[in-house]
Design a binder for this molecule. Structure first.
Ligand code: NAP
Length: 244
């Protein structure tokens, strides 16, 4: 039987690329989306046209009942979830004192609480089977903090703390928990940056280019493989030297 992976926020960007890499490697891919139904359906068609096994499931992971429903729906489709990738995320770029606090809470609810909620329901299933790999998508801003992205940075730092603590708790159950911290990756999330701001960012990256979703996906796939069985509680910084 195929191994299975649930990827949250896989309709677009990094999540969609992670779905492609796992599908190409023989996994049954459970693609969560929230608002981008058309993109999720297009990805599903692409994977199925290539002979891969995949399903799409709508859920807003920032809502705990929807996170639970997502996992229930997945477990109707597959008997167990081998790999969970908590990728769904939103950003909020503005000075802290100008941010509407409710908007800030939505960022925390999606990036941190959503990660915790989906993990809670999936890890129940993983503990039963005494195996599993959980990979959380954090950010370099969760390590060093970004001016004008305070809620985002706090949510991503929370993801790193969550990863460390949960890795200790789940290791005896045969489950590893790791995170990746991307630098600046070419996706819709950075569309708000002007050409000038983008060039300034690139100038600050030692390898002098943005990262690709594929580069993130390959590291996530490595962390899900048996080659990474002895790695847990870690956060891998993938930023072309932007943060060293
Ligand atoms: P993106 O292109 O904006 O895609 C975001 C994805 O998250 C979409 O598929 C979106 O789904 C999903 N999503 C957002 N809110 C959701 C919710 N409440 N429930 C379910 N899905 C939700 O962003 P990206 O760059 O691929 O980012 C993916 C992850 O990488 C995020 O966690 C982000 O913080 C992290 N990251 C990105 C960068 C970067 O430079 N791009 C750097 C560091 C970390 P719908 O459209 O269907 O709602």
């Amino acid at each position: 039987m195929n191994k299975t992976v649930l990827i949250t926020g896989a309709s677009r960007g990094i999540g969609a690329e992670i779905a492609k890499v796992f599908a190409q490697n023989g996994y049954t891919v459970l693609i969560n989306f929230n608002k981008s139904q058309k993109e999720a359906e297009a990805l599903l068609k692409l994977l199925k046209d290539n002979g891969c096994s995949a399903h799409i499931i709508k859920a807003d992971v920032s809502k705990i009942d929807e996170a639970e429903h997502l996992v229930c729906e997945c477990l109707k489709l597959v008997p167990q979830i081998d790999v969970l990738v908590n990728n769904a995320g939103v950003s909020l770029n503005a000075p802290f004192n100008d941010c509407d606090i409710q908007k800030g809470i939505e960022v925390i609810n999606t990036n941190l609480i959503g990660t915790m909620a989906v993990t809670k329901y999936v890890s129940d299933n993983m503990i039963k089977h005494k195996k599993g790999k959980i990979i959380n998508i954090s950010s370099v801003w969760g390590i060093c903090g970004a001016s004008c992205e305070v809620y985002y940075s706090a949510s991503k730092a929370g993801v790193i703390g969550f990863t460390k603590a949960l890795s200790k708790e789940l290791a005896p159950s045969g489950i590893t928990v790791n995170a990746v911290a991307p630098g600046v990756i070419k996706t819709d999330m950075n569309n708000n940056l002007s050409k000038k701001d983008m060039q300034n960012l690139i100038d600050e990256i030692p390898v002098k280019r943005l990262g690709s979703s594929y580069e993130i996906a390959k590291t996530v796939f490595f962390l899900a493989s048996s080659d990474a069985d002895y790695i847990t509680g870690q956060t891998i910084n993938i930023s072309g030297g932007f943060l060293i």
